[in-house]
Write a protein that binds this ligand. Structure first.
Ligand code: PAF
Length: 284
C-alpha cells in the first residue's frame, strides 16, 4: 500500500525518522493526471533510490489562466491506482493551505535570472515564479537527494537547475527523456482534452521538430524557423512560438555553429490546449 500524506509536517517527521537509515531519497513532483511519462520518472526514481516520494498538487500560483486551472484534470484515486505497480513509497497530496500556510503571495520571490521572461514566460506571465515557489517549498519539505523532472518542460527544468545552483540546494536534478505517444505526440496531462482526430494529427509537431533538426545543419536559423512555423500552422493547429535557443541561457541562436548545446522549443495550440514539445538539435 502507498502511504498518502496530506500534511507537510507529518511527511517531514516521517522523513526525519528514516533519513539517517536510508542512503537516498528520490522525489518526483507532479500535478497528477499521471501518464506514462510520469510513471517512467517514478520507476527511474524507484530504481535509483531507497525511498521514492511523489507529490500530487495542482499548484494555483503557476496558472496565469484561471480557466486552465479549473479545467486541469484531477483524480487522486485514479493516480494512486496508476502508481500502485511502481511500488512508490510515499505520495504527498496536500491541500493549497498546506503548501501555502501563509497565503499564496510570495514574500521574497526567487531571482530567475531572466530565464522566465521568454518562450513560456512571455505567453504565461508569472508562470515560472509560481513553479519556482512551489518546487522550492516541496524541496524544503521532502529534502530529496535526487529530483526527477521531464525534458518535455525544457524551460522549467532549466529554471529549476538555476534555482538549485543559486540557492545551493543540496539535491541532484535528474532530467529524463520525453515520452511520446505512438504518433510522436509528447505525453502530457492535457492531451486528454483533445478530440481523437486532433490528437492523432498532433504527431506532426514532432515530425516538424525532426525536420528542424535536419534543416538547421544547412540553412540559416531564421529560415528554418519560418519554414517550421508554416508547417505547424495547419488544420486546428496554431503555433504560439518555435524558438531555437542556446540550451544553457535560453537566448535565441543566430549562428548555429557558434553554440555547443542548442534546443528547438515549441508550443502549438489546438482546441484550446497548449501542446509543448522540444528537440535537442546539438549537444557537444
Ligand atoms: O511539471 C509540473 O507538473 C509542475 O510544473 C510541477 C513541477 C509539479 C510544479 O507544480
Amino acid at each position: 500500500m502507498i502511504k498518502v500524506f496530506k500534511n507537510a509536517e507529518e511527511l517531514s517527521s516521517s522523513i526525519s525518522g528514516f533519513k539517517s537509515k536510508v542512503k537516498t531519497i528520490g522525489f518526483v513532483p507532479t500535478m497528477g493526471a499521471l501518464h506514462d511519462g510520469h510513471l517512467k520518472l517514478v520507476k527511474k526514481a524507484k530504481k535509483e533510490n531507497d525511498i521514492t516520494i511523489v507529490s500530487i498538487f495542482v499548484n494555483p500560483t503557476q496558472f496565469n489562466d484561471k480557466k486552465d486551472l479549473d479545467k486541469y484534470p484531477r483524480n487522486l484515486e485514479d493516480d494512486l491506482l496508476k502508481l500502485m505497480p511502481t511500488h512508490v513509497n510515499y505520495v504527498y497530496a496536500p491541500e493549497v493551505s498546506d503548501i501555502y500556510p501563509n497565503g499564496m503571495e510570495e514574500s521574497a520571490a526567487i531571482d530567475l535570472g531572466g530565464l522566465d521572461e521568454i518562450m513560456e514566460g512571455a505567453f504565461r506571465p508569472g508562470h515560472f515564479k509560481g513553479v519556482a515557489q512551489v518546487v522550492k517549498r516541496l524541496l524544503d519539505i521532502v529534502q530529496p537527494d535526487h529530483l526527477y523532472m521531464g525534458q518535455k518542460d525544457f524551460q522549467q527544468f532549466t529554471i529549476i537547475a538555476h534555482i538549485i545552483r543559486k540557492l545551493s540546494i543540496d539535491t541532484n536534478l535528474v532530467v529524463c527523456p520525453i515520452v511520446r505517444e505512438k504518433n510522436g505526440l509528447a505525453m502530457s496531462s492535457r492531451n486528454v482534452r483533445l478530440s481523437p482526430e486532433t490528437r492523432a494529427a498532433a504527431g506532426m509537431i514532432y515530425k516538424t521538430l525532426k525536420y528542424v533538426k535536419k534543416q538547421v545543419l544547412t540553412k540559416p536559423v531564421e529560415v528554418v524557423k519560418s519554414q517550421a512555423l508554416r508547417k505547424l500552422k495547419t488544420g486546428p493547429f496554431d503555433p504560439e512560438y518555435l524558438e531555437i535557443v542556446d540550451a544553457h541561457t535560453l537566448q535565441s541562436v543566430v549562428d548555429f555553429s557558434q553554440h555547443e548545446y542548442v534546443v528547438a522549443c515549441t508550443v502549438v495550440r489546438a482546441e484550446g490546449v497548449r501542446l509543448l514539445d522540444n528537440i535537442i538539435l546539438k549537444k557537444a
